[in-house]
Design a protein around this ligand. Sequence first.
Ligand code: B4P
Length: 190
Amino acid sequence: MTARLVLLGPPGAGKGTQAARLADELGIPAISTGDIFRANIKGGTELGKKVQAITASGALVPDELTNDLVRDRLAQDDAAEGFLLDGYPRNVAQVAALDEILGDRPLDLAVEITADPTVVVERLLKRAEIEGREDDTEDVIRHRLDVYAEQTAPISAVYGERGLLVQVDGIGDVDDVTARLLTAIGTAAR
Ligand code: B4P
C-alpha cells in the first residue's frame, strides 16, 4: 500500500506502539521524531545536546530543528512511496512546514488515536517503571499533556477541515487497537 500518513494523539495514547505495527502491515517506514531525538541524545550528537534538556522537561523542541530533521528524513529513498509520521506535526506551524515539505504530493490521511488522560498517565507511569524514560515522571507527564492540549490538539481541527481526519479509540487491547486503525486507514484510503 502506498500511504502518506500522520499519526496524532496525546502522549501515551499508543502512537509509538501502533506506528511500528502499522508500518509493518502497510510496508512503509514509521518515522518518530521522538525516537530520532532520543537516539541523538543517546549518541551524544550535536542535535542530542541541543534537545536533551528540552525533551526531559516535556516542552517541544524548536520548530526549525524539528522541521529540518523531518525534511531530511522524508528525502530518504525508503519514504518515497509512503510513510507514517509519528509525533509530527506537533503544532499548527509544523502542519504548514509539512505541507511545504510535501509540495504537490500531500498527505492521504491524519489518524488520531484518542485516549482519556487518566489512562495515558497510568500507561506512562507504568512505562517509567520498565524503561525509566527521563520524561515519564508524573510532573513531566502532566506538563506534556498540557502542551498537547494547548499546541497539538488544535491540529486535529485543521486536518478535519481538509476532510483528512479519522479518529480511532486507543483504549483496549493493543491488538484490538491495531485492528481498528487498519480498518480506519483501509476504509478512508479506498
Ligand atoms: P514522543 O516520543 O512522541 O512521546 P509520546 O507522545 O509520549 O509518545 P510515545 O510514542 O512515546 O508513547 P506511546 O503513546 O506509544 O515525544 C517525546 C518528546 O520529544 C516530546 O515531549 C518533545 O519534547 C519531543 N518531540 C517529539 N516530536 C516533536 C515535534 N514534532 N516537535 C517538537 N518536539 C517534539 O506509548 C505509551 C505507553 O503506553 C507505552 O509504554 C505503551 O506500551 C503503552 N501502551 C500503548 N498502547 C497501549 C494499550 N492499548 N494498552 C495499554 N498500554 C498501551
